[in-house]
Design a protein around this ligand. Structure first.
Ligand code: KG4
Ligand code: ZN
Length: 375
């Protein structure tokens, strides 16, 4: 099965072609290959939004319109296929900035309608949630089978879920204010490190002393799996304001980044520990902790979560960094997982600004919206 994936929910315009190899062994003794990425093209809009320190929805939608057709053509070219070789089209239908979602979903519908292909209207969060099952399992230390525990940490989302299967999620907790990536971005902005903040904070943190500033660990030690990051962000701001002299030196910035990242690591570890206990009540043995979303690209946090998973007897499974940040390969893959189960959508599928994975969970008060756009 070969599927075209389209992603336009935030500030990346992306098109990808993924082939399902139906669990074929790759023949190298490295395990089972679940999917093969034939093309994976991402055009970031960072330059368009940089001056504003965040994503401007209308600028994003216009950039998606300008670039999506070309990126799809480039993906088809790279994969060396024509539309006639496709078995389906998967487009992000939400959650996200509605203008961008409409551009991608409408484009997907047009291709599906014209070429008589099935359409899958993909939940962007399901794309992140299932992405770990796309890549070569050798890198991940084994196949990731349902159910698994998922920590979804991106610029717009911070949630812990049990992934029971395709389209079947139970949310254990979510952030009450900022998403983790958002906290990274705001910290970077405060320290003048530019946008997006995650990679900048991570590289500054590597040179810093995490013990210099005493930063809080919100909710640590409390029951439950919810998160809060606004207190931490405020503490960073107060620490900056209390610095002697004017301006933040490179050493100050590095020390603050290291302290911030260590605090985030402690909070994530604590919340994940509680989630593992809930997961264990359901599944006494085996299982995996999957970390997905842009923040999962952070090497220090990956290492921190590896030890938490090991303590809980769970395998840690991480998509490669390029599949952690927004991309269309994960959307194509979610399409493949759905098409395998006969799950398709009509050409009347609606774009959705909000779209929780677990419809029974109470509405999230903090996350669920893309970078910087609270409603
Ligand atoms: O998944 P993603 O590309 O977009 C959303 O769906 O939000 O995640 C982007 C977020 C940004 O907030 C960015 O700062 C953060 O992921 N991020 C990181 C790192 N790389 C990206 N955060 C911490 N460390 C990183 N290395
Ligand atoms: Zn995302």
């Amino acid at each position: 099965m070969i599927v075209l994936g389209i992603e336009t929910s935030c500030d990346e315009t992306a098109a990808a072609i993924v082939r399902d190899d139906g669990g074929r062994d790759d023949g190298n003794g490295r395990g089972v290959v679940r999917g093969v990425i034939l093309a994976d093209i991402v055009r970031s809009q960072l330059d368009e939004h940089r001056a504003y320190g965040g994503v401007v929805p209308e600028i994003a939608a216009r950039a998606h319109i300008s670039h999506l057709d070309g990126l799809i053509a480039m993906a088809m070219d790279t994969a060396g296929i024509g539309f006639g070789d496709l078995d389906g089209v998967a487009a992000t239908a939400g959650p996200g900035l509605i203008g961008g979602v409409m551009v991608g979903l409408t484009t997907g519908k047009a291709i599906a309608a014209f070429h008589g292909l099935p359409l899958v209207a993909v939940n962007h969060l399901e794309g992140h949630a299932l992405s770990v099952r796309l890549t070569n399992s050798a890198r991940l230390g084994g196949d990731v089978d349902f159910p698994y525990l998922l920590l979804l940490v991106s610029g717009g989302h911070c949630q812990l879920l049990i992934v029971e299967g395709v389209g079947r999620y139970e949310r254990l907790g979510a952030t009450m204010d900022d998403a983790v990536g958002e906290a990274f971005d705001k910290t970077a902005k405060l320290l003048g490190l530019g946008y997006p903040g995650g990679p900048a904070v991570e590289s500054a943190a590597a040179r810093g002393d995490a013990a210099r500033f005493n930063l809080p660990r919100p909710l640590k030690g409390r029951p439950g799996c919810d998160f809060s990051f606004s207190g931490l962000k405020t503490a960073v701001r107060h620490a900056v304001e209390a610095l002697p002299g004017d301006g933040v030196s490179a050493t100050d910035a590095a020390d603050l980044c290291a302290g911030f990242q260590a605090a985030v690591g402690d909070v994530l570890a604590d919340r994940v520990k509680n989630a593992i206990a809930l997961f264990r009540a359901r599944q006494p043995e085996g299982g995996a902790l999957v970390v997905a979303g842009g923040v999962a690209a952070n090497q220090a946090l990956r290492a921190r979560l590896a030890s938490v998973a090991a303590d809980g007897g769970l395998a840690l499974a991480l998509p490669p960094p390029a599949l952690c940040t927004d991309n269309a390969a994960m959307i194509a893959w979610a399409g493949i997982e759905r098409l395998r189960l006969g799950m398709t959508d009509g050409l009347d599928a609606s774009p959705r600004a909000r779209w929780p994975l677990d419809p029974n969970a109470p509405p999230v008060t903090g996350s669920g919206f893309k970078k910087g756009h609270k409603r």
